[in-house]
Design a protein around this ligand. Sequence first.
Ligand code: AVJ
Ligand code: FE
Length: 447
Amino acid sequence: PAAAGLPAASARALAALETARRRTAYLTDAVTEEDLIAQHSRLMSPLVWDLAHIANQEELWLVREAGGRPGLRPDLDHLYDAFQHPRADRPALPLLGPAQAREYVAAVREQTLEVLAAADTDPAGPEPLLAGAFVFGMLAQHEQQHDETMLATHQLRLGAPVLDAPAPPPAPADAATLPREVLVPGGPFVMGTSDEPWALDNERPQHSVDVPTFWLDTVPVTNAAYQEFIAAGGYRDPQWWTPQGWRHVQDAGLVAPLFWSRDGAGWTRRRFGHVEPVPADEPVLHVCWYEADAYARWAGRRLPTEAEWEKAARHDPATGRSRRYPWGDADPGPEHANLGQRHLRPAPAGSYPAGAAPSGARQLIGDVWEWTSSDFDPYPGFTAFPYKEYSEVFFGPEYKVLRGGAFGVDPVACRGTFRNWDYPIRRQIFAGFRTARSAAPGEDGDA
Ligand code: AVJ
Ligand code: FE
């Protein structure tokens, strides 16, 4: 259907839903039916579960809630409710097969488009689900988040490569001479948002946070730097690890990032079915929070807090205002950040000078998710919307916050305020990190 004649918010929602659907089709059409049904790792659902779950959530929120329609297959809800069945158990469920799942996905979308065409998405409208097309934007983000999860399943899958994308551009000439760290001046800044139309509940409301002066790595920690930690015996020395981290390293037998293998004196890594030497100048990927935290301590530094990360990414010292992105308020373009699965890897450290923050920090958005030191907690004044199971049930010390998005994150699900979270042992996600230190002496507790 043409976007012509639709209100601006509806047209934007339509485009975001179509973009997500193209990616879903690419990721699920790339493999055989057998590979769609198979469980490639106990950590992940079969791809065919994600596919029908995308449609089931869309039926629930766009067809039934927003559209007030009876829906297509409410009988499927329990199979595709992420809270009813852990990922490891999903292959044993009576799931829709690949052909049935694809039919279901298409049938739901047909009704979604009818609902969208009729919806009053006026940003000032009275219905909070529809105002600014919020619920449609939420579902486009949901589909893209599952596409990222499916990309992680592809990364875990063994066998011949099936995904393809051009390599990111080489590092710019100044990448080798960037300062090691940048200064972020102290003082209050506005964290979170109350006016970004598709921001999710956990990003709201905006509130002032006083962040003391700190230094932040200009770029994410690279494979070369991380290999120094490995070579220095970092994985065998308890002094760098928290007690839980040290226990986990031993129980899980960690010696290097996930997907790395020893190759003589060096390392190779498996990436979407290809094996290659670990690229020295690329941000390190597939490390858990415990590894990131231990590396930082070994380097005499620490992980940034979530507030520090967001201040570095959004605060403009020239105006005192918090912006949507490090480079300003413009939506991300290919010159700003490595997003949207345009490439199947992070770009070299120091890339994307046009996406730099006022401090000079680069690649805060895109390339790799960045672990922060912070637990996933609600902001002051948080209210669950539209359902407790998106964020609220996860709040607390069990989850650590990640920021910034990776190469496989779509721009619709990535902003300076966007918050991701996961368990500190998680390694199959596209996560790296950068380190920080306080400017005031002694403040990091180890001076
Ligand atoms: C925000 C990435 C942690 O994948 O578990 C997907 C997003 N929520 N379906 C997840 C989500 C419901 C969520 N993360
Ligand atoms: Fe989901």
